[in-house]
Write a protein of this length. Structure first.
Length: 121
């Protein structure tokens, strides 16, 4: 369907929303496994100097992945909402056109549909 010169495909928006949700789920699973990357040392030189920085890096990765998952979820929800809103608007316009065509004294049969196809209001 065309809206303001743009092709709108609600089904494609919903498919894309699912892709964003799936990507977010993969990040959630990855984030849950990041604790496995931590290690406990024996108190030696490596543990004192390297481990704190390494664990800070893991904490930073967890925070960024969690934030990305949240944003991906928001994008998916927005795409799904756009598809629903577009379909609701299209249905409302179709009802208005059918109602105008059925009203007594309205346009001749088919005239409303021709003007709608031409993009006239």
């Amino acid at each position: 369907m065309t809206a303001g010169g743009f092709q709108v495909a609600p089904g494609e928006l919903r498919t894309e929303a699912g892709r964003w949700a799936a990507a977010g789920a993969r990040l959630t699973a990855l984030t849950a496994r990041m604790d496995e990357l931590r290690f406990a040392g024996d108190g030696g030189l490596l543990e004192r100097h390297f481990t704190p920085s390494y664990h800070a890096l893991i904490d930073s990765l967890v925070a960024r992945c969690t934030e990305a998952d949240d944003r991906m979820g928001e994008i998916g929800q927005t795409l799904g909402q756009l598809a629903g809103d577009y379909e609701a608007g299209e249905e409302a316009h179709a009802r208005a056109i059918r109602g105008a065509a059925a009203a007594p004294g309205s346009f001749r049969s088919g005239e409303v549909f021709r003007s709608a196809e031409a993009g006239e209001s």
